[in-house]
Design a protein around this ligand. Structure first.
Ligand SMILES: [Zn+2]
Length: 266
């Protein structure tokens, strides 16, 4: 069973500068049992960095309309049954289960604030201005704030497919974004500039290796990457190959649409 001391020691070994904000993507279950559970993990993270952010996404609010704009990487009218189960966004809505239990535990802490995007909210400690920078038109604005503050990304037992900053860099590089719809308490809201699919993101692993710091915790990897160097490397990767980071699933509507949009541009 992992102790608080073992977790802290591993995190401190990453040598993330103490004043840098850290965006954490996590799958705590990968590390086996931790004495004190999620509280231990959050305390250890807070010992490492006083400004922490987690994704608090709620794709359970997403509605599939019957009709909509063309070339939008989705099949309209394809999820009528799913629409019946859609949840209304509210500030206490649970985060997606796919984000890991730690992201939900973190969101519930009394000192944590959450941004208000109905699909792509973030939760944070001591990062209110970054959270408040998010708008419906610019869902990834908090990541711009973190990069300006020399932020780091921490992958805690997850691979690059969890790394939302790669979506932010796709947008910086001019990659096509999408419109999605979310249910809220009163209405259905249109959300612009939504990212596509992360299934091809592990293509970034070798590109980021030399700027990543990795430690092992109970045999499982913890990787820290400085955002600004990541932005530099991945923009250059997308400049060399505009189709990089897309997945190869033939049924992936957003990656297929991005490939088609690129063909039309050239
Ligand atoms: Zn895809």
């Amino acid at each position: 069973m992992l102790s608080y001391r073992e977790v802290v020691t591993a995190l401190i070994d990453l040598q993330i500068p103490a004043d840098s904000p850290v965006l954490v993507h996590s799958d705590q279950e990968q590390f086996g049992e931790i004495r004190g559970g999620s509280e231990t993990m959050v305390s250890a993270l807070y010992t490492m960095a006083k400004r922490l952010m987690f994704p608090a996404y709620t794709t359970s609010t997403m509605v599939t309309p019957l009709v909509g704009p063309v070339e939008n990487g989705m099949v309209y009218g394809s999820n009528l049954e799913g629409n019946l189960a859609v949840q209304k966004f509210h500030p206490n809505l649970k985060v997606d289960g796919s984000l890991g239990s730690l992201a939900e535990k973190f969101r519930q802490l009394p000192q944590v604030s959450r941004s208000s995007h109905p699909i792509l909210s973030f939760s944070g400690i001591n990062l209110d201005s970054a959270l408040q920078s998010q708008t419906l038109e610019d869902p990834l604005a908090p990541l711009a704030s973190l990069s300006q503050a020399k932020g780091w990304v921490l992958l805690l037992g997850v691979d690059q497919t969890a790394n939302t900053t790669l979506h932010y860099i796709e947008k910086l590089a001019g990659r096509k974004q999408f419109i999605r719809w979310a249910r809220t308490e009163d209405t259905i809201i249109e959300c612009a500039n939504m990212p596509g699919c992360p299934d091809g993101f592990n293509e970034a692993t070798p590109v980021l290796q030399s700027i990543s710091r990795t430690v092992s915790l109970n045999g499982c990897q913890v990787t820290a990457i400085p955002m600004n160097l990541m932005i530099h490397r991945i923009k250059s990767m997308l400049g060399d190959d505009p189709m990089a980071l897309l997945c190869n699933r033939p049924d992936c509507e957003s990656c297929t649409e991005i490939r088609a949009a690129h063909k039309n541009d050239n």
